[in-house]
Structures are given as C-alpha cells and as structure tokens.
Unconditional design. Sequence first.
Length: 167
Amino acid sequence: MKYYLSIAICVFACTFGASAQELRVGAPAPIFAGQSVDGGNYDLAQLRGQVVVVTFWSTRCLICKTEMPKVNQLIRGYAGKDVTFLALTSDDQAKVEDYLRKSPQEAHVIPNSFGALLAYADKDKDGNLNFGYPAFYVIDREGRVAYKGSGWDRTGQISSAVNNLLR
C-alpha cells in the first residue's frame, strides 16, 4: 500500500508541482469510477445526461458529521429526479462501513477515492493541496462543473445549482 501511495505522490508532484491548478466552474469534471459500499459501480463518464452531485468527505471530519444529515435531507428531496448523489472518501471500506452504521448517508458512498480527490483538489504553485471538507461539486448533464463549494451549510447553494440544471 505504501508503494502505491508513494507512486501516486510522485506522479502528483511531477504533474502538478510546477504551477497552480484550480478546477473552475465551467471546466470539464475529472472522470472517476469506483464501487460504492452497497456494491454499485459508478463511472462519471457513464452518468452523462444526468446531473451528478459529488461530495468529498472524511470519517474524521467534524463538519461532515453535521453537514451530512442536511445533505441526506437534500437527497430525499430529489427522489425520482434525474440526479445522482455520490459521496467519495479516501477512507477505506472497513472504516467507512463502521462509520455508516452510526451515521448513515443517502448518497452512494465510494471509499478509497484518493485518486479522485487529487483530480478535484485545487493546488497551489508548489503542488500543495487546497481542499476543504466537505467539498461539493455539481456536475451538469454534459460533464462540466456547474457548482463548487466547501464547508458549512452549502445545501441551499447545491439545491439552487441542481434546480437550475433540471429546468
């Protein structure tokens, strides 16, 4: 595992170390794929034509503990609509399953998503990550970032972005 992490860090440093990088609204969303804890397979490329809300979170994030129940309520409000909610975490499956027993999530939770986090995180000119938890991205039907935000109480902004895209 340490070997793979070392390779990922080296690739990341070589790729992004020379200049700052920011994923902007309107830019194509980085493609990722993963298996959710409930066994579903999710590939952002295959979700084209739908609105997708991507949340990055962590089992160690105190803000996430308070925000995820609000996100769960938001998700229930879109039941039956053409919106997919994905919750990505770099935590491993066992840790996530234990956490979800105490704090369930309505989104499709995808553990082991460190690579996706690297693709979405802003980086400074030295290659350092600038990424707050929870981080939210609303992806439009064509696969572009329509909204990006992080931290406390973003459900109103997420809802507004999703509603604009569903019109």
